[in-house]
Design a protein around this ligand. Structure first.
Ligand code: PLP
Length: 374
């Protein structure tokens, strides 16, 4: 079955009791047992819930992995991955990642003895030099947040595996519709399902898609630590995923038009969009991704103060954190999503703005940006 068909059908058969075509929201905390220790697959809703199972099943199919394990947020999913490590283990992490990922590694897991090095993962020699005998994870985000770097997942997987490490790919920006990291060698694929997978800015969630043995360890952590999504959150994410393909097509088409418009505008010093020939990762993105995605970053020629004014002057691009919803958003990463990396190697430029291009009519979005830049 093709991607769009699987997004609607896998794990989502009509309810056998009623014929309901929408997976029921199993709003229950526990499940009656037929005898002591004899249950029908579900015993307690932290351990498992049928609505969550449907979501995990379709996500694994879309990412092409054995299994998926869902969490209450993207950061809860990442926390479970880092908990696979032990004190003394080392992580090589991209020097352009979501600020919260860095904060979790640097300020939470570091306290339990996990060490890390932030490295430019576009530079494979630098990655090779950073790998240590204790390195267990190479953590890649591509396209990255917020500079939209494109990373060579196949090459990173080879490097990581040669050193006995896992490649973890944060596929939040691309989604499985545009790229499937597991097919390129990634061992674990993490998601903030809050973003494109949910797609409507109405739910927070996370997932890890991986092999059966690693999924078993993660399911243990999911149950033991407990950061599970509620059934309604799982259902909202399932509903979003049904339209992922058509939404991504429109996000990509709109973002490509906006990136081209901004690149030709002298009020903009630089545009970062993997679909532009000027992007250093353009050829790699063309090989690795079906299309270039819905995120565009730009540097405002008149500097940081001007960038902050532009961010508050748009009317359709709402000033907000997050991304991947049907509505367009604008943000200033230095002050907003990436404030936690200020003063570190991951600091982002003050004149940088990040756009999450929605699926509105593109001419309205272009007019909004033109007016705000003015
Ligand atoms: C690329 C990326 N990964 C992970 C996360 C964290 O996900 P959540 O906010 O669902 O915890 C985010 C959030 O913005 C993100 O942008």
């Amino acid at each position: 079955m093709e991607f769009e068909t699987r997004a609607i059908h896998v794990g989502q058969d009509p309810d056998p009791h009623t014929g309901a075509v929408s997976v029921p929201i199993y709003q229950t905390s526990t499940f009656v047992q037929d005898g002591v220790g004899e249950h029908r697959g579900y015993e307690y809703a932290r351990t498992g819930n049928p609505t969550r199972t449907a979501l995990q099943t379709v996500l694994a199919s879309l990412e092409g992995t054995d299994a998926a394990v869902c969490f209450a947020s993207g950061l809860a999913a990442e926390d479970a991955v880092f908990r696979l490590l032990a004190p003394g283990d080392h992580v090589v992490i991209a020097d352009d990642v979501y600020g919260g990922t860095w904060r979790q590694l640097d300020r939470v897991h570091a306290r339990f003895g996990v060490t890390s090095s932030a490295v430019d993962l576009t530079d494979l020699d630098a990655v090779a030099a950073a790998l240590r005998p204790t390195t267990r994870i190479v953590w890649a985000e591509t396209p990255s947040n917020p500079r939209l770097e494109v990373l060579d997942l196949a090459a990173l997987a080879t490097l990581a595996h040669d050193h006995g490490a896992w490649l973890v790919a944060d596929n939040t920006f691309a989604t499985p519709y545009l790229q499937q990291p597991a097919a390129l060698g990634a061992d674990l694929v993490v998601h903030s399902t809050t973003k494109y997978l949910g797609g409507h800015s109405d739910v927070v969630g996370g997932a890890v898609c991986t092999s059966a043995p690693l999924a078993e360890q993660l399911a243990f952590l999911q149950n033991a630590v407990g950061a599970v999504p509620g059934p309604f959150d799982a259902w909202l994410t399932l509903r979003g995923i049904k339209t992922l393909g058509v939404r991504m097509q429109r996000h990509c088409a709109n973002a490509a038009r906006i990136a081209a418009f901004l690149e030709a505008d002298p009020r903009v010093a630089e545009v970062r969009y993997p679909g532009l020939a000027s992007h250093p990762g353009h050829a790699l993105a063309s090989r690795q991704m079906r299309a270039a995605g819905g995120m565009v970053s730009l540097r405002v020629a008149a500097g940081g103060d001007a960038a902050r004014r532009v961010a508050t002057a748009t009317r359709l691009f709402w000033l907000a954190e997050s991304l991947g919803g049907v509505e367009s958003l604008i943000e200033h990463p230095g002050v907003m999503t990436h404030a936690s990396v200020a003063g570190t190697a991951l600091q982002v430029p003050d004149d940088l703005l990040r756009l999450s291009v929605g699926i509105e009519a593109v001419d309205d979005l272009l007019a909004d940006l033109d007016r705000a830049l003015g």
